[in-house]
Design a binder for this molecule. Structure first.
Ligand code: 3SL
Length: 232
């Protein structure tokens, strides 16, 4: 039976062997939630990049360029990092390049895996179905915050583990920890996360509606897959 493991921070990735496995990169608040929403709402593909300058250069190829640093839209870019950018305006047929503080780094650092998927609560069921069909070992790569552990990505890992229970072994300590945290949190994730650092950071920026949106489960069936430099 394949297994699901959890890497709580990209800083811990050197301790994991991703060869032969599928990595699921997650940054629930908000990068991977925004990416899933973008692809589900007409964006054709996404270039996740690390540097602001690299991202901005995509504009010359007619990409929408999105950038966030410390929760705030970076100056000179078309968009920040809110899923509502793709809901409140029609972006059908547009290409997107995006750089964020943690999420885009987690995706790029996961590339040692056989395959890299992007997960969020918004598509957790579809990601679970994809992984069940693939039948390979899985590592959930949590974006965390600047190398540190965060609660919301860990809850996603727990939710995914719950969806895969019975078809995957959950017997890694990190997976068991995530699974049990999710059992405690799932009835009211927002209340559970209310004291967490990133929820407090985003609340200070007055984006509670983004948080509530990103905590919804199974809104979309899209599963972004990294192909070369692009999520499709
Ligand atoms: O760190 C990231 O990649 C972002 O998702 C953070 S924020 O939610 O935009 O503040």
């Amino acid at each position: 039976m394949p297994s699901i493991d959890v890497c709580f921070s990209p800083e811990l990735l050197p301790l994991y062997n991703l060869t032969g496995k599928i990595a699921v990169a997650v940054d629930v608040l908000r990068a991977t939630s925004s990416m899933v929403t973008a692809l589900a709402n007409g964006i054709t593909h996404i270039a996740p990049v690390s540097e602001l300058e690299t991202c901005l250069a995509y504009r010359e190829q007619n990409y929408l360029v999105a950038a966030e640093r410390d929760g705030v839209k970076a100056e000179g870019f078309d968009l920040g990092n809110s899923p509502f950018h793709y809901l409140e305006e029609d972006r059908t047929g547009r290409m997107l390049a995006i750089t964020t503080t943690n999420g885009t780094q987690a995706i790029r650092l996961s590339r040692a895996a056989d395959e890299v998927l992007v997960g969020a609560f918004l598509n957790v069921g579809a990601v679970a179905d994809y992984l069940r069909r693939a039948g390979k070992d899985v590592v959930v790569v949590c974006a965390g915050w600047k190398g540190l552990f965060n609660l919301e990505d860990t809850l996603f890992a727990g939710a995914l583990a719950e969806r895969l229970e019975g078809d995957f072994t959950l017997n890694h300590d990190a997976t068991l920890a995530a699974y049990h945290l999710y059992q405690t949190a799932k009835a009211d994730k927002l209340a559970f996360l209310s004291k967490s650092s990133h929820v407090q950071r985003l609340e200070r920026l007055h984006i509670l509606k983004d948080i509530e949106f990103c905590l919804q489960e199974d809104t979309y069936t899209v599963v972004p897959v990294l192909q070369g430099d692009f999520l499709v």
